[in-house]
Design a binder for this molecule. Structure first.
Ligand SMILES: C[S@@+](CC[C@H](N)C(=O)[O-])C[C@H]1O[C@@H](n2cnc3c(N)ncnc32)[C@H](O)[C@@H]1O
Length: 262
């Protein structure tokens, strides 16, 4: 239900990007193929894009969202494991961390501890029982989900009462100059540099797609509204340097007064 005047919950995070695929139904197959085809380049290009700060940033974001030693973690959209490896360090035990992703190529390219489990699957239909995890993370996969409402309901379902959620996503800057700079960096400079360092022919396309999906993505208020609509509590958005959105939330504990955030 949408309250008049409030921000409505949303389903698809953006309209179909027809330079890459034609309809919403084509999106999952397109994404699986492009992530599979470019997996071998992902970590190198990511390090270039973030000037080597990505690991530290991911770890700090997990700490801000409340990840602690001994927690059982699900990392959705695990990819090559850049968030998951930080979760392994913070929990103190890789066997407590499970990664899920629809791209077998991305998971095969990961360098994660052997005791960490990786499973093929999608955010919209998680292959896990109810009330199973203390913490759920998802790094830079929000724009790739077909239905945010369905995925967030899944996140709520698999978290234990009191379990914590941390979704990381790049948001286009509010001001025009910042937007112009980031767009040209991500859509121009990075795809150009990939010519010298990439091994796969689709890598430049992949990073152009990265920006185009950021530009087309629903605004943060709608992500927050969609999270709140699932019944998650204390929904908040923390923003770093005007670009890095961290969506945090907690699964309600029955019988407890649960505050509602933003
Ligand atoms: C940009 S990578 C991010 C990888 C890693 N989390 C990180 O922080 O670098 C996005 C990942 O989301 C995955 N993905 C795409 N569609 C998805 C879906 N519907 N559910 C879960 N993951 C998805 C892709 O296969 C890819 O591995």
């Amino acid at each position: 239900m949408n309250i008049p005047g409030s921000t409505p919950a949303v389903h698809a995070p953006h309209v179909p990007l027809t330079d890459y695929y034609q309809t919403e139904q084509d999106r999952p197959a397109y994404l699986r193929q492009i992530f599979d085809n470019t997996a071998a380049d992902y970590d190198r290009i990511e390090a270039m894009l973030a000037w080597g700060t990505g690991s530290r940033y991911r770890r700090d974001a997990l700490i801000r969202a409340g990840l602690k030693t001994g927690m059982k973690v699900l990392d959705v959209g695990v990819g090559t494991g850049l968030v998951a490896v930080q979760a392994c360090i913070l929990t103190g035990n890789p066997a407590l961390v499970i990664g899920v992703d629809p791209s077998p190529g991305m998971m095969a390219a990961s360098k994660l501890p052997d005791t960490m489990v990786l499973i093929e699957g999608r955010a919209e239909s998680l292959p896990f029982p109810d009330n199973h995890f203390d913490f759920l993370s998802m790094g830079y996969a929000l724009r790739h989900i077909s239905d945010l409402s369905v995925a967030f309901a899944e996140f709520e379902r698999v978290l234990k009462p009191g379990g914590r959620l941390c979704i990381l996503e790049i948001t286009k800057p509010q001001n025009r100059v910042g937007r112009w700079l980031l767009k040209n960096y991500m859509r121009g400079v990075i795809p150009l540099l990939t010519r010298f360092v990439s091994r796969q022919k689709d890598t430049a396309t992949m990073w152009r797609y990265f920006w185009d999906s950021i530009e087309a993505c629903v605004p943060p208020e709608q992500v927050v509204a969609t999270l709140s609509a699932t019944g998650l509590t204390q929904v908040k958005r923390h923003l770093e340097i005007g670009i890095f959105s961290e969506y945090q939330a907690i699964k309600a504990v029955p019988g407890q007064l649960n505050g509602h955030g933003e």
